[in-house]
Design a protein around this ligand. Structure first.
Ligand code: NAD
Length: 326
């Protein structure tokens, strides 16, 4: 099998390169993201391998089909980048990595929570300049506070375990509550009203796009901390920037954001003009943004490579496609 690998970075080559040889697969590593403009690079391959910020809308799916691509491999859990209807129409299976290291993703959420609450980013800025003044760095003790977790799947459950370790009380919302978790499920409105920390762990889809909008933010407690390591589109960033500037939040920690397609995984420091909303968020010290790195652990990278190539092998051998997105 020949795989056209898009949006290549050194850490992807390190994890996929040696392993692909063991599977007997040939990988062409393209630096380009998969987009309508770059889809033609897939000519001569059997499969594409794409990541979260590659774009696989209807036109790309159809072009890939015409180029002879037989299967779409996603090296991520989320599948919001692909037009699934059209992939189905074209007979192109979409195979993903439903879970690789949910702990790694939740740990990034916890890292952002601790850093933004205890203002580690501001402390670092000061101490690296030999400024050891701690005025303005007051945080809150999380013990005894209430965390509202939205989405109680694999990553949400890992986050809950971590938050319980901090001594927090957990309330949760899920469109499909899991009775086996022994959690206190509440409505979204109740979660907004009670939570001191809100952490998002549900998928991005039409029903959840901008679920955190102006109205939802207005229902939250003043001084709430919002953590998003799920998908940027869950939050209306304009409304978020307005609320941050109005002093609504104690802090916001994000590993994802709406405009990340234009920025993440690249050094964009040379651009002369920036997205105004992202700029507003980044210039406020109540906001800490990491560039979609929650998956970036040794364990997660190994698991992503193994499961992606297992998916490709199952397809090549006509076996059951256990990780097909239906
Ligand atoms: P999962 O499928 O195990 O859990 C998702 C949960 O969300 C499920 O319990 C589901 O019932 C719930 N849900 C579905 N619709 C909902 C709705 N409308 N409102 C509330 N809850 C709803 O998925 P997971 O592995 O826990 O991953 C969650 C999300 O995290 C993924 O969809 C992905 O977008 C994101 N993610 C981000 C990174 C990163 O690097 N930042 C890495 C992996 C996954």
């Amino acid at each position: 099998m020949k795989i056209a690998f898009f949006d290549t970075k050194s850490y992807w080559k390190d994890s996929f390169g040696p392993l692909a040889a063991k599977y007997g697969f040939e990988i062409t590593f393209f630096n380009e993201r998969l987009t309508p403009a770059t889809a033609k690079l897939a000519a001569g391959h059997d499969a594409t391998c794409s990541f979260v910020n590659d774009e696989v809308p209807a036109e790309v799916v159809r072009e890939l089909k015409n180029l002879g691509i037989k299967v779409l491999l996603l090296r991520c859990a989320g599948f919001d980048s692909v037009d699934l209807e059209v992939a189905k129409e074209c007979g192109l299976p979409v195979l993903r990595v439903p879970a690789y290291s949910p702990e790694s993703v939740a740990e990034q959420g916890a890292a952002l929570l601790m850093a933004i609450n205890r203002k580690c980013h501001l402390a670092y800025e000061r101490t690296t300049k030999f400024n050891f003044d701690i005025a303005g760095l007051t945080g809150i003790a999380l013990v005894g506070k209430t965390a509202g977790v939205i989405g109680t799947g694999k990553i949400g459950q890992c986050m809950i375990n971590i938050l319980k370790g901090y001594g927090m009380n957990i309330i949760a919302y899920d469109a499909f509550p899991n009775p086996n978790l022994g959690l206190e499920y509440v409505t979204l409105d109740e979660l907004y009203a009670r939570a001191d920390v809100i952490s998002l762990h549900c998928p991005l889809m039409p029903a959840t796009r901008h679920m955190i909008d102006k109205d939802a933010i207005a229902k939250m407690k003043d001084g709430v901390i919002l953590i998003n390591v799920a998908r940027g589109g869950l939050v209306d960033s304009e409304a978020l920037a307005d609320a941050v500037e109005a002093g609504k939040f104690r802090g916001v920690g994000m590993d994802v954001c709406e405009k990340e397609h234009e920025y993440f995984f690249e050094d964009r420091s040379n651009l002369t003009q920036h997205d105004p909303t992202l700029k507003r968020l980044l210039s406020n010290d109540k906001v800490l943004i990491s560039g979609h790195q929650a998956f970036l652990t040794v364990e997660a990278l190994d698991a992503i490579a193994t499961i992606t190539l297992d998916n490709a092998k199952a397809f090549a051998e006509g076996k059951e496609l256990v990780n097909e997105v239906k």
